[in-house]
Design a protein around this ligand. Structure first.
Ligand code: 5GP
Length: 218
């Protein structure tokens, strides 16, 4: 029987699908961005960030060291609004960075001079990622403003980098636009289908995995 692909077809993913995709993407991320801090967007970015951490360690004094993972919590609300009943979207913070601990061993709050990779599971409309990058850039700007020495401030401005890693990027028109200087990595580019992640399965996980044979070829 042939499989008819609809716009919102569901693609079920196993843990191993995600692990393998991240493992394949890791060398490029290490070579081109070399992150020194992960910021996982919860909940979907937590497991991908943890998988990536194993694949992208920092080489220091002949030893492989883990890159720290910080977490932020964001919820995307969709609200019907306006006369034309267009879908409006709003990102709400449920958790943000704690600079008192993040900045403990750093002189200016903990973001400056670091190559910060934001990790999420999927880039759909890009609203969440655009919001996160805008907020992080605003925190970076505040920390830069607190650096009194101008030469030091400009050095830190240059050294501080923002990047994004998503497991899946849906190829579709995006609502948000990212600044050009933000590095972008996706493990897999997909059409606009619904992705069912293994950690969202509230039924039988073996049955979820078994149903992957019915996945449309994407
Ligand atoms: P955005 O539209 O801001 O790029 O994505 C917002 C959030 O919607 C994602 O972080 C994710 O939680 C959820 N989302 C979007 N598309 C999918 C999908 O195909 N599958 C799942 N499980 N969540 C999705």
């Amino acid at each position: 029987m042939s499989h008819i692909l609809t716009d919102v077809e569901m693609v079920r993913l196993s843990y191993n699908d995600i692990h393998t995709a991240i493992q394949k993407a890791a060398p490029k991320i290490k070579e081109e961005f070399a992150p020194t801090l992960f910021i996982a967007i919860g909940g979907g970015g937590f497991i991908p960030a943890r998988i990536l951490r194993t694949q992208v360690k920092v080489d220091q004094d002949g030893k492989k060291r883990n890159i720290p993972i910080q977490a932020v919590g964001l919820v995307l609300y969709e609200a019907m609004g306006g006369v034309e009943e267009k879908v409006g979207t709003e990102v709400v913070r449920t958790q943000w960075l704690d600079f008192s601990t993040l900045g403990q061993n750093f002189s200016h709050g903990g973001l400056l001079g670091r190559r910060i990779l934001v990790v999420d599971e999927v880039d759909d409309t890009r609203t969440t990622l655009t919001y996160t990058i805008r907020e992080l850039q605003s925190d970076i700007d505040k920390q830069l403003a607190a650096v009194e020495d101008e030469t030091e401030r400009e050095r830190l401005r240059k050294e501080t980098k923002l990047g994004i890693f998503v497991v899946h990027n849906k190829l579709k028109p995006k609502a948000g636009q990212l600044p050009d200087d933000v590095a972008y990595f996706s493990a897999v580019d997909t059409p606009d289908v619904w992705l069912a992640y293994p950690w969202e399965c509230d039924g039988d996980i073996d049955a979820h995995d078994a149903l992957r044979v019915h996945n449309p070829k994407v």
